[in-house]
Design a protein around this ligand. Structure first.
Ligand code: ADP
Ligand code: MG
Length: 510
């Protein structure tokens, strides 16, 4: 339906076919070679990137081109070329896509990839007897290169640093999240086929394909952004692409204080919790700021500690010198070769870690993480999906139960209780603001129940005229948290006492 076309548009015999790219240079024969050579494409449809970077040779007959080729519109939304142009381009594009192996193309640097595309496009034009001026041909080549090597209309969005998520729901609808708010953009794709081609290009970089046979795929852009693609027939209204943009500069605790996500005293306490090796669980919903918070906490780990991180897609940016980063691997097309989080965490334990940081605890690895926390790797941390600290605890319990460990419920609870020191809750409120709503300690068991105690909570007081939530962080007045001895051991008890005291007096001021 999308992408692959009818035979009529296939290149004539003699053209190179998928898997056997023409005149394969040495780089092509190195499977799994690092892709990052291919620079992050700039603004695709404008084609400015290639020119600005001087990456592309000047178009032949450039005089004619500069007169003829109008400034190409931003994001493919400006004045459109004739339908005829798009028809021809579509035909040539489809023939090209059938002829080349995108994965291997992705391993070339941009210039080499361009030359490769230029050769094939010229060949297709000759074979199909397409009548075009040289200028038009250059234009077309530019367009096609941007489609094949870049991310088309997505480029301007990818270039913006203020966007947290990009959500493409079929060719005509694209939303972004900026500052916690969802916005519809004017970005449109020519059609679902173009969108699918871009999806294809994204996932081809990790050696995958999306099509009817395997319609779901997770991938990652070169800049670290995480991508999910789901296509028809599962996505009813066209290929659907969700991009969680990689933040080059993750927010730090002082930023969170500035945004009012937490008070300065709360931040100091988090800092101490990070430093004195409390075992921490960060709980929150999707996009509530869990990873950001985890990253903040890791900022206070001492520089002489050996830290191992396990993530589904490396997002954390630890600044310490002694960090080993591990990443899970999804199964390949044949369904083999998967390395899941549990495999990583288990392996971690054989790597002499001092702390283990798990990006997201979702399944049976919960058991191994708790074990690690319990056996001398204190200061380990992980995030988990839950709406309150208590819910976090029960999620942890059910992950272990469902992981097939036949342990009595009470044993699991004792294990949780003996491992987790602090749960920090992140929330995205309905006005889009993100707050740290709880800093909660796990203090012990009473019978079969795990007892927790809040140190800090965020209380919603009301809503202003603009729908902004009014609330305040409140200290619960606990002067001696459970991790007091730890703080003392690390010589942080003065700072801790001060922060708690200040928090207390802030309550009275409010
Ligand atoms: N306290 C905060 N204030 C404002 N923006 C935040 C805050 N915490 C996180 N963000 C932003 O929200 C987005 C999602 O954060 P992330 O930590 O990845 O969420 P999660 O891991 O819970 O899915 C990111 O763009 C991040 O920069
Ligand atoms: Mg996350």
């Amino acid at each position: 339906m999308f992408g692959k076309r009818t035979d009529e548009t296939r290149p004539a015999p003699g053209l190179p076919v998928t898997g056997q790219p023409p005149a394969a240079p040495a780089a092509l024969s190195a499977p799994g070679a690092a892709i990052p050579d291919l620079p992050m494409p700039g603004s695709s449809f404008g084609g400015q990137q290639a020119r600005a970077a001087g990456a592309a040779p000047p178009p032949q007959g450039s005089g004619a081109v500069s007169q003829q080729a109008p400034k190409k519109p931003e994001a493919g939304m400006g004045p459109r070329k004739s339908e005829n142009y798009y028809d021809i381009k579509g035909t040539i594009f489809n023939a090209l896509i059938d002829a080349i192996d995108l994965t291997q193309l992705g391993q070339l640097d941009r210039d080499a990839a361009r030359d490769e595309i230029r050769d094939i496009v010229n060949e297709i034009i000759t074979l199909k007897d397409v009548v075009m001026s040289i200028a038009e041909q250059e234009d077309l080549l530019e367009d096609i290169c941007n489609d094949v090597l870049g991310y088309g209309p997505l480029e301007p969005l990818l270039a913006r640093d203020d966007i947290a998520d990009i959500m493409v729901n079929g060719a005509n609808t694209t939303f972004i999240e900026v500052g916690g708010k969802m916005q519809k953009t004017g970005v449109r794709f020519r059609d679902n086929a173009q969108l699918l081609n871009i999806c294809q290009r994204i996932v081809s970089q990790i050696g995958r394909r999306v099509d009817e046979a395997s319609p779901i795929c997770d991938a990652r852009l070169m800049d670290g952004s995480r991508v999910n693609v789901i296509v028809p027939p599962l996505a009813i209204d066209g290929p659907t692409l969700t991009i969680r943009k990689f933040k080059k500069d993750r927010l730090k605790l002082p930023d969170l204080v500035k945004f009012g996500s937490i008070t300065p005293e709360g931040a100091t306490i988090l800092e101490i919790i990070g430093r004195v090796r409390c075992n921490v669980l960060i709980s929150g919903g999707t996009g509530s700021g869990k990873t950001t918070l985890l990253n903040c906490l890791t900022g206070y780990i001492d520089h002489d500690e050996r830290v191992i991180t396990c993530e589904d897609a490396a997002e954390l940016q630890l600044q310490q010198p002694h960090v080993v980063r591990l990443e899970t691997r999804p199964p390949n097309l044949e369904g083999e070769g998967e390395i899941n989080m549990r495999d990583l965490v288990k392996n971690c334990l054989r790597m002499r870690p001092e702390r283990i940081i798990v990006g997201e605890v979702r399944g049976p690895e919960a058991f191994d993480l708790l074990q690690a926390m319990n056996t001398g790797h204190d200061g380990s941390m992980g995030t988990l999906h839950a709406n309150s600290p208590r819910e976090g605890i029960s999620r942890l319990e059910s992950m272990i139960t469902m992981g097939g460990f036949s342990l009595p419920s009470k044993t699991i609870k004792e294990m949780i209780c003996g491992s987790i020191d602090v749960i920090v809750q992140a929330s995205r409120l309905r006005d889009g603001s993100r707050r740290i709503t709880h800093i909660t300690e796990v203090v012990g068991m009473e019978g079969d129940v795990i007892i927790t105690q809040d140190l800090f909570v965020y209380e919603i007081v009301g809503e202003d005229a603009n729908g902004k939530i009014i609330g305040r962080h409140r200290s619960t007045g606990i002067a001696r948290p459970h991790f007091w001895d730890r703080a003392r051991y690390y010589n942080e008890e003065r700072r801790l006492a001060d922060a708690l005291e200040k928090a207390e007096s802030r309550n009275e001021m409010d």
